[in-house]
Ligand binder design. Structure first.
Ligand SMILES: [Cu+2]
Length: 671
């Protein structure tokens, strides 16, 4: 019992309290199973061991994995690269990193969120931190998502590998890939490759969704050297390339989305009895994005809209403990260049081409420090306190771009610096079956590149051209959260609410005196700030073990967003999900129902129409074949949207319907 209490204490202190799981090697596997059994969904695990039990569809997209977390919704503009919304907020309010690295998407229309540059097969977990607690690598209001990749260790386990393949009936998606690793006593090497290719998908009732195809290649490699017992080096490269990606909800597609993400990390462990880790990483990444409208038959004007970003950065983190305290301190910095332009080619060859800088060579410099202390007062109480501050400087480096923006803002200077601050405290009380957590936090963020300096970026949701506003103040938020968990032997229930009061909320406001550039646009919006906005998130999660091998679980999520008495757009209505899971020997079977109520509160004043209610059914069957000690075959098969329902959710851009009935087969051979 004491052990169990200690385990629960540990998990909750590291998870529920601040939604944090330190990425320490030692915590991984045991914790994974415990986390699963307590239904804590802040961290999604895709560990390589017993993968078969972890997820119903092993080779699903990262988007599907993230979406299974209650704090996240995926804004879909097609079948590929959905944008994660965290705590009901779009991606400019969160920080998304890969292994702690800052990466800037290169699309002015958010077609390439950071989550699109990794593959599920090389992911070990997603650390999702809610609100201010995600401020370690950047200023955030909604929180952070860190995609942590798998890598080997120098454990002398030799050569291991995996071959996988998948097929989906609806859009004829083919997935093939391999993963090879070698581990010696001084050296390890991992390489994995995944290829996906899909045709157009069909929504329920066989409705064809044109321009929803995609092709993606992902290559990822990590090499590690153990210099001696306490010092090690790790080098890593990801190359991701998507071609011919259709975005049915947008007026344009993508001919190329490419990222090269590289890093070198140095780790020093067991420095002193009170300092156990010092991790330092330098990184560089380049993202390239080319939009394409050549396959669309009737566009009023042909456009070229390429974009690219370059980011270089570093972080250095110390972790230690003394007596009641477990602490970490992080210093991080990055430099980013974002550049995008647009050339319009009039259909009449006599007319002149038009050229604009949509991201006018914006340079961003960020340096921040963040510290956190977890204090275990006694067996019942613990507190996590964190504080951080950062300097953020951005500048328009292109003179043509600067001159263009000065048309709207004559007093605009080239650069602007900001000072960002954050602090939070939360406490957990554990007694018997009860775990009670509450927290209070303050955070700030700087406007994004588009919000600050975007130039005539067309938004196909409200059909306005958007012009950035370099004079925006920092957006600020006060966050309150409360979670109650009851753990019985066969039954767990957790209720959680959080409330964000956001000051100087940034949103586009129509400017009647400005004329749009995009043909057919409603008008021009510039980013302005509202005194305050409110976001309320609530969720209820429960699970019940009917029998040793049969589990019933479910959850309900609801959000509410208001800005001065108006409803905010793209806020999740009441959504529910229930699952019956059978798990015995090497078999796993699942049947799941998910759905949403009609969206009664929606952003009417922001061009939004309400999402309709829906219910869909899914089923999965999986079996692991242990062929020999070294060889295993995992077979997963299932049907999604069994009833072939035609539906779209609140987070489907322009209400583009989601996929209809889909049969899938995943095969994994491990050796
Ligand atoms: Cu794009």
């Amino acid at each position: 019992m004491n052990k169990l209490c200690a385990a629960i204490f540990y998990i909750f202190s590291s998870l529920v309290v601040q939604h944090q799981l330190y990425a320490q090697e030692t915590t991984d596997e045991n914790l994974d199973s415990l986390i699963n059994s307590y239904l804590l969904d802040e961290v999604i695990i895709t560990g390589k061991k017993d993968l078969v039990n972890k997820q119903s569809k092993v080779l699903s997209s990262i988007d599907d994995y993230l979406e299974s977390n209650n704090a996240i919704n995926m804004m879909k503009r097609g079948a590929y690269a959905a944008e994660p919304l965290l705590n009901g907020m779009a991606s400019e309010r969160s920080v998304i990193t890969i292994d702690g690295m800052r990466i800037y998407g290169a699309c002015t229309d958010k077609m390439d969120p950071i989550t699109s540059y990794v593959e599920i097969t090389n992911l070990s977990k997603a650390n999702i931190q809610s609100g201010q607690s995600g401020s370690c690598h950047g200023g955030t209001i909604a929180g952070s998502i860190d995609l942590v990749r798998q890598h080997s260790t120098c454990d002398n386990s030799g050569f291991k590998g995996m071959l996988f393949s998948g097929l989906e009936s609806n859009n004829f998606q083919k997935i093939v890939g391999t993963k090879l690793s070698y581990s010696g006593s001084k050296f390890f090497s991992d390489i994995d490759f995944t290829f996906r290719d899909a045709n157009n998908y069909k929504a329920g009732g066989k409705e064809k969704i044109p321009y929803s195809q995609f092709t993606k290649y992902n290559l990822s490699t990590t090499q590690g050297w153990k210099i001696n017992l306490r010092h090690s080096l790790t080098a890593s490269v990801i190359y991701d390339r998507a071609t011919d990606v259709g975005y049915p909800a947008l007026p344009m597609d993508v001919s190329l989305a490419e990222a090269v993400i590289s890093s070198l990390a140095y780790s020093f462990t067991n420095i002193s009895p009170h300092i156990f880790n010092w991790d330092t990483k330098v990184y560089y990444n380049h993202v390239k994005h080319i939009m394409d409208d050549s396959k669309r038959p009737d566009v009023p004007i042909r456009m070229d809209m390429p974009g690219q970003t370059n980011t270089a950065g570093l972080y250095s983190m110390l972790q230690g403990s003394k007596d009641k305290h477990t602490w970490k301190a992080n210093i991080s910095g990055h430099f980013n260049k974002s550049f995008a332009d647009m050339t319009m080619y009039p259909n009449n060859p006599g007319e002149k081409e038009m050229y604009m800088l949509t991201w006018p060579g914006v340079h961003t410099y960020y340096t921040g420090i963040f510290g956190e202390d977890k204090i275990r007062w006694n067996d019942n109480w613990n507190t996590v306190a964190s504080i951080g501050t950062a300097m953020h400087y951005d500048a328009v480096k292109n003179d043509f771009g600067l001159n263009s923006l000065q048309i709207f803002y004559p007093e605009l200077k080239q650069g602007k610096s900001r000072w960002l601050k954050n602090a939070g405290i939360s406490s957990t009380y554990i007694k018997g079956i009860l775990i009670q957590n509450f927290g209070l936090a303050y955070a700030e963020r700087a406007p994004s590149v588009s919000e600050g300096y975007g130039f005539y970026l067309f938004n196909s949701f409200d059909r306005y051209d958007y012009v950035g506003n370099p004079f925006l103040k920092n957006e600020k938020s006060i966050e309150l959260n409360l979670a109650t968990t009851l753990v019985f032997s066969k039954f767990n229930i957790k209720g959680q609410i959080n409330y964000f009061r956001i000051y100087d909320y940034i949103i586009g406001v129509p400017q009647k005196n400005l004329i749009p550039m995009t043909i057919g646009a409603e008008g021009v919006k510039t980013y302005q700030q509202f005194k305050n906005a409110h976001l309320f998130n609530a969720q209820l999660v429960m699970s019940y073990d009917l029998l040793d091998y049969l589990q019933l679980s479910g959850n309900v999520v609801y959000r509410l967003g208001k800005i001065e008495k108006q409803d905010l757009p793209q806020i999740q209505p009441l959504t529910y999900n229930a699952k019956l899971k059978f798990e015995k020997n090497d078999y796993l079977a699942e049947i799941q129902i998910e759905g949403a109520a009609k969206q009664s509160q929606y952003g009417q004043n922001f061009g939004e129409s309400p999402a309709q209610k829906y219910t869909i059914l899914n089923a999965t069957l999986a079996k692991q074949f242990n062929i020999s000690m070294q060889h295993q075959l995992i077979v997963k098969t299932g049907v999604e949207n069994i009833l072939d329902k035609n539906y779209s959710t609140f987070s489907d851009w322009n209400k583009i319907p989601r996929m209809g009935r889909n049969f899938f087969l995943n095969l994994i051979w491990r050796f």
